[in-house]
Design a protein around this ligand. Structure first.
Ligand code: FMN
Length: 195
């Protein structure tokens, strides 16, 4: 499974970067997962300003910066969106990046990993709806890290306390990644049979 782990915030000193590294580190422990960090900070794009909904625009002219993002997104079979909660929703930069999507996520699975004072739960709920409209198959599992990412270091390694908690976020993450792989294998096979 070719997995993109998408960093959903771009500000300096962001917590989301280490949470995304934590996802990549855990993904690399699972056989058959090829995980890559995809940082929105590396894909600066204008605020969405196309004259029509991209999905219904046969004459779409795509900004080169946006095309770079869409091409990168298209190259993966599965996605983990790592998001903080900003004002009870996802970041503007993540929403903007998804407003450009047409077929890139079609019939491919995604999982949501969030953090915040209530685990980023409200952002995760909002993102689930957005990804559904983006035609991704959002899997049922969630990983919600309560508060800031104090239990994870800058390289994405969880503390011993986080690791030892059988009901904690790392246990949830491992289960989510295994489940994502199941969906990815099933959907990749189905998409191949279709074509
Ligand atoms: C503009 C802004 C709005 C925020 N709103 C919320 C919020 O609604 N709920 C919450 O739990 N945390 C909120 N926070 C706290 C963030 O979840 C926390 O700062 C987190 O580290 C942000 O992710 P980042 O460090 O990757 O930017 C907000 C932070 C910012 C900067």
């Amino acid at each position: 499974m070719k997995l993109a782990v998408i960093v959903g915030s771009t500000r300096p000193n962001r917590q989301t970067l280490k949470q995304a590294k934590w996802v990549v580190n855990n993904a690399k422990l699972i056989d058959g997962i090829e995980a890559e960090l995809v940082d929105l900070a590396d894909y600066p794009m204008p605020f969405f300003d196309e004259p029509m909904s991209p999905r219904y625009n046969p004459n779409r002219e795509i900004d080169p910066a946006v095309q770079k993002w869409l091409t990168a997104l298209n190259g993966f079979e599965a996605y983990v969106f790592v998001t903080p909660e900003y004002n009870h929703s996802i970041t503007a930069v993540l929403k903007n990046s998804l407003d450009y999507v047409t077929t890139e996520l079609n019939r491919k699975p995604s999982a949501i990993v969030s953090h915040g004072s209530v685990g980023g739960a409200r952002a995760a709920v909002a993102l689930r709806e957005i990804l559904a409209e983006s035609r991704s198959v959002v899997i049922p599992n969630v990983v919600a890290f309560l508060g800031l990412m104090d239990g994870v270091d800058d390289d994405g390694n969880a503390s011993e306390a986080v690791k030892a908690n059988p009901y904690g976020p790392e246990a949830a993450l491992k289960g989510t990644l295994s489940e994502l792989k199941w969906y990815s294998d099933a959907l990749t096979k189905a998409r191949t049979q279709d074509s």
